[in-house]
Design a protein around this ligand. Structure first.
Ligand SMILES: [Zn+2]
Length: 231
């Protein structure tokens, strides 16, 4: 039932990131997506809302999503989460090693997933979709609850009117094309896109609208897609 869904989109940090809380109001359990920048504030938010964080969902291993050192900055992230409230960290199998390298976590802290795995929280289902391209183990989370459109938490794979960059280590433009056109574009139009960064005027939008307005989803061929990316 739609009333069971607890869903919070929270701006964090200095790079326009979004973290998310996805939970069940009936069981009061929540999953924290991409805990970084101000982990205490994210956990406090859950607590204030009467929710218990029982796990973290990781879209990919970049420092602005999981913490770590980059551009001379030290960003708080999974290390702080594991100090204050140790929970299982759900990653895609192809991203596990990068998550460990960036955060110093051990293999036993992580739960490695394959595409299609589903986590259940009360009446909700969170489906993990492998969407490589921005990084090899990037994944999106499709939140499904009866009586309401799905919500797609897309990390850096798909933004409003944009998509993830592919020029960083592990980036793969052809894989990103397949993820966008073979996986995400196949989802129903009413699905709501929730990106990993605020790079547009609006913080979320129906995927059906993005299929019309987002040039990377509109691209009719891989050649056209690659030329948009500058290849
Ligand atoms: Zn990224």
């Amino acid at each position: 039932m739609a009333e069971d869904l607890y869903f919070e989109q929270m701006p964090v940090g200095e790079m326009a990131n979004f973290a998310y809380l996805i939970g069940s109001r009936s069981t009061r359990e929540a999953l924290l997506v991409d805990p970084a920048w101000s982990v205490d504030a994210l956990l406090d938010r859950a607590e204030t809302d009467g929710m218990r964080v029982t796990g973290a969902l990781i879209t990919h291993a970049h420092q602005d999503h999981i913490g770590g050192s980059i551009f001379g900055m030290s960003i708080e992230g999974l290390d702080r989460l594991m100090t204050r409230q140790p929970v299982p960290i759900h990653v895609h199998a192809h991203e596990a090693e990068s998550v460990r390298r960036v955060t110093g976590l051990s293999a036993t802290d992580l739960v490695s997933h394959e595409s299609g795995d589903v986590l259940a929280l009360g009446e909700l289902r969170v489906r993990l979709l492998h969407t490589p391209g921005h990084t090899p183990g990037s994944q999106c989370f499709l939140v499904e609850t009866a009586g309401e459109p799905g919500r797609l938490v897309a990390g850096d794979t798909l933004f409003l009117n944009g998509c993830g960059r592919v020029d960083l280590p592990g980036g793969d433009p052809e894989a990103l094309f397949r993820s966008l056109h073979g996986v995400l574009k196949q989802l129903p139009d009413e699905t709501v896109l929730y990106p990993g960064h605020l790079y547009a005027a609006e913080p979320f939008e129906a995927l059906g609208r993005q299929k019309w307005t987002n040039p990377y989803l509109r691209a009719g061929s891989i050649e056209q897609f690659l030329s948009l990316l500058g290849y």
